[in-house]
Design a protein around this ligand. Structure first.
Ligand SMILES: CC(C)(COP(=O)(O)OP(=O)(O)OC[C@H]1O[C@@H](n2cnc3c(N)ncnc32)[C@H](O)[C@@H]1OP(=O)(O)O)[C@@H](O)C(=O)NCCC(=O)NCCS
Length: 234
């Protein structure tokens, strides 16, 4: 069965640490070139979960075989940026797992309001560079001979992906629901019901918008009852 892609959890941290260690110890792809420290991984993952940073793992029969994380920058002025890191165990590469992981993490990053995802990659890492280009990343810089490991130099390339606002045919910004903000489609996706029906049932747009914005639940609106005034009913 194909590995499952899911957000990392407390239960998968130790296995994630093993996966990270294995990729690091290849001494080719990551900044880290030795075993990963379990305590550091635990605090990194727990912080990501708590802060809502995207961090996905691929698991095969409960063993973590790949990961992709995007850490939001904490500095004022840079909080719209996140840094991406990823890896897949050698024996699982070339099966689409890296791309699935990266797409899941990027989707969550976009929904979380990140506007720019950055990364650095060794110039010798053709598979990763090709993947990032496929995902829409652009090269922004070349750091010549930035790494010297085991007597060999490698250049470091910086790349970034900007999430451009999506516009509909009327030039309105499309939200993560796939519809322009505040439209019937957008409200219906957020509320989970066709809002035209709710309005026809007598619920006013204020009530419906409150549910869409998470200020009250549908159940609370049912309890409140329809409160559309006569002027609203045409
Ligand atoms: C980079 C890496 C995560 C890609 O993961 P993967 O699961 O092997 O990649 P996928 O099978 O999902 O491939 C997706 C795309 O990546 C590119 N790609 C993957 N392997 C490639 C290879 N050997 N040569 C060229 N392009 C490759 C292709 O664009 C591919 O799309 P395609 O199949 O339509 O051609 C994986 O090679 C890896 O873990 N490498 C070591 C760790 C690493 O480099 N991490 C990133 C540090 S910046």
């Amino acid at each position: 069965m194909a590995p499952i892609i899911a957000p990392i959890s407390e239960a998968t941290i130790d296995s994630y640490n093993g996966c990270l260690s294995a990729v690091a110890q290849e001494r080719l792809w990551l900044g880290l070139v030795g075993p990963a420290d379990l305590e550091r991984s635990r605090s990194f993952v727990r912080a990501n979960i708590q802060l809502g940073n995207p961090h996905f793992v691929a698991t095969d029969d409960e063993r973590v075989v790949g990961w992709c994380d995007i850490t939001r920058n904490k500095l004022e002025g840079f909080r719209h940026c996140g840094e991406l890191g990823m890896g897949v165990l050698k024996e699982y590469r070339g099966q689409g797992i890296g791309e699935r992981l990266a797409r899941a993490a990027l989707q969550q990053a976009r929904v979380a309001g990140l506007e720019r995802v950055e990364l650095v990659v060794y110039a010798s890492n053709e598979p990763a560079i090709k993947l990032y280009e496929k995902l829409g990343f652009a090269v922004e810089g070349l750091h010549r001979r930035a790494r010297k490991l085991d007597g060999r130099y490698d250049d470091v390339i910086s790349m970034a992906l900007l999430f451009e606002p999506k516009l509909d045919s009327l030039g309105r910004e499309v939200t993560e629901t796939g519809f322009a903000a505040g439209t019937i489609g957008d409200l219906s996706m957020r509320v989970g019901e066709d809002v035209r029906d709710l309005h026809n049932m007598g619920y006013d747009w204020g009530q419906i918008t409150n549910v869409a914005r998470g200020r009250m639940t549908l159940e609370e609106m049912w309890k409140q009852g329809p409160r559309r005034g006569d002027k609203d009913q045409q």
